[in-house]
Design a protein around this ligand. Structure first.
Ligand code: HAM
Length: 424
């Protein structure tokens, strides 16, 4: 049997319905906050991610799905959205053609070759937002607040962890301090971290296997080594977050797994039901646009893992809609049901038609299993008299209507729906 590729999931039935509703709600929230949708291709030249995300990151070194196309171009399936959006921002001259700040969002699939587990997949989905052209700490705060608005909408408990990882002025000095600190502790570090001491020393701080937080209480932290401008930015970020009623945890171990960040770095953690508790992460990346060949443009943004969010949306957050169904008991009634389905299609009711004749008992069993609230039966008598029998599956109440009385029927169904939704 051919199975789905490891770490990649199908979605159907009730889950697909809930996922669709969740995406609609997210879009409504971010559009209200004035973010417009941005779509980029699933694949990009691999060089973009190497340059954008960073050669030494796990994402680029270990997790990329890449291949050569038929002309030998080296292509990668996008592991994240920021680099692609930056590429498009430059390619379309958005800094001159669109108002600034330019605020956008995206929702879609991303691909990382990671070890699958609950909350970690090889194809996963993100909501991302990015803001170009604004270097203020207030915009960082608004960006983080937007992530909170999404989580608040779904009534999720979470914690916002923030840090500053400095800029090109202060970070190199701090990196030297880290290298000095860790060089004497090589025997205690994991194999990856021994290599990272020189290439990416900040990542040692969030290595799960070395567990810095527990082991190294005295490790130098970036917030003690910020330059004046970065320090001021961080203070104003905290102040603005408080105005937005976001109470952040200052967490000097948030360094992020992607190389492009400057100053603000943050993660939102929540009880996702698995060991992967980061539901969103992001920060400021003021050098990325120019690093990829565009004009000097400050930028900030985040991405939220939608599988992790989905697992936390309360079970009763969405009601499944009321569904109505028509069944035929004999061949002569089939065309009547076709006509009825056609008429019902003009109205805002969810109607399902089963054109395969069957015994009434079987039809009702099927309706019961599919949780249909009202069924419409077309049998021999109905075909002769051009009527339809409507049965309320909850109360058992039955009524006969003329087949042309669709307006009356729809009104009854709408009244029943209104009552159903008001009770929930
Ligand atoms: P990231 O931290 O790599 O950041 O991913 C953001 C979120 O995507 C994570 O917090 C997590 O919820 C989800 N996620 C990541 N990998 C997986 C996976 N394998 N399976 C399931 N969920 C996953 C970024 O991607 C940056 N582009 C965020 C950003 C936007 N920074 C600035 N702008």
């Amino acid at each position: 049997m051919i199975k789905a590729v490891k770490g990649m999931n199908d979605l159907y039935g009730k889950d697909a319905y809930r996922w669709g509703r969740m995406e609609e709600d997210i879009k409504m929230i971010v559009q209200t906050a004035n973010y417009t949708e941005f779509r980029t291709p699933i694949v990009e030249e691999i060089a973009l991610f190497k340059r954008g995300v960073g050669e030494t990151t796990d994402v680029v070194q270990k997790e990329m799905y890449d291949f050569l196309d038929k002309k030998g171009r080296h292509i990668a399936m996008r592991p994240e959205g920021t680099a692609s959006v930056v590429r498009a921002f430059i390619e379309h001259g958005i800094s001159v053609n669109e108002p600034s700040p330019f605020k956008l969002f995206y929702i879609g699939p991303f691909f990382r070759y990671e070890k699958p587990q609950k909350g970690r997949y090889r194809q996963f989905h993100q909501l991302g937002i990015e803001i170009f052209g604004d270097d203020t700490p207030q915009m960082d705060a608004e960006m983080i607040f937007t992530a909170c608005r999404v989580l608040d909408h779904f009534k999720i408990d979470y914690e916002v962890h923030i840090n500053s990882i400095g800029c090109n002025e202060c970070r190199p000095v701090y990196k030297e301090k880290l290298i000095e600190y860790f060089s004497s502790k090589k025997d205690k570090l994991c194999e990856d971290c021994c290599k990272r001491i020189k290439t990416n020393p900040l990542r040692l701080l969030d290595c799960k296997s070395c567990n810095m937080k527990m082991e190294y209480q005295k490790v130098p932290v970036m917030i003690d080594h910020l330059c004046g401008v970065c320090s001021d930015h961080f203070e104003k970020l905290k102040k603005s977050l408080r105005i937005f009623h976001v109470d952040p945890v200052i967490d000097p171990y948030i360094v992020r797994g992607l190389d492009y960040y400057t100053r603000t770095a943050f993660e939102i953690v929540a009880d996702t039901g698995g060991s992967q508790n980061a539901v969103a992460g992001g920060g400021r990346y003021d050098n990325l646009v120019s690093d990829i060949g565009g004009p000097d443009t400050p930028a900030t943004g985040f991405a939220m893992g939608l599988e992790r969010l989905f697992d936390m949306v309360p079970e009763d957050f969405y009601q499944t809609p009321m569904v109505f169904a028509g069944y035929v008991l004999c061949e002569e009634a089939v065309d009547d049901l076709v006509h009825f389905a056609k008429h019902m299609s003009h109205h805002p009711v969810t109607f399902f038609a089963d054109y395969r004749p069957k015994k009434i008992k079987k039809a009702l069993q099927k309706a019961d299993k599919a949780q249909i609230s009202f069924v419409f039966i077309f049998g021999e008598n109905e075909a002769k008299n051009k009527t339809v029998l409507m049965k309320n599956m909850t109360t058992g109440e039955q009524k006969t209507y003329g087949q042309h009385e669709v307006m009356l029927i729809v009104r009854e169904l709408m009244d029943a729906s209104a009552e159903f939704y008001s009770k929930k």
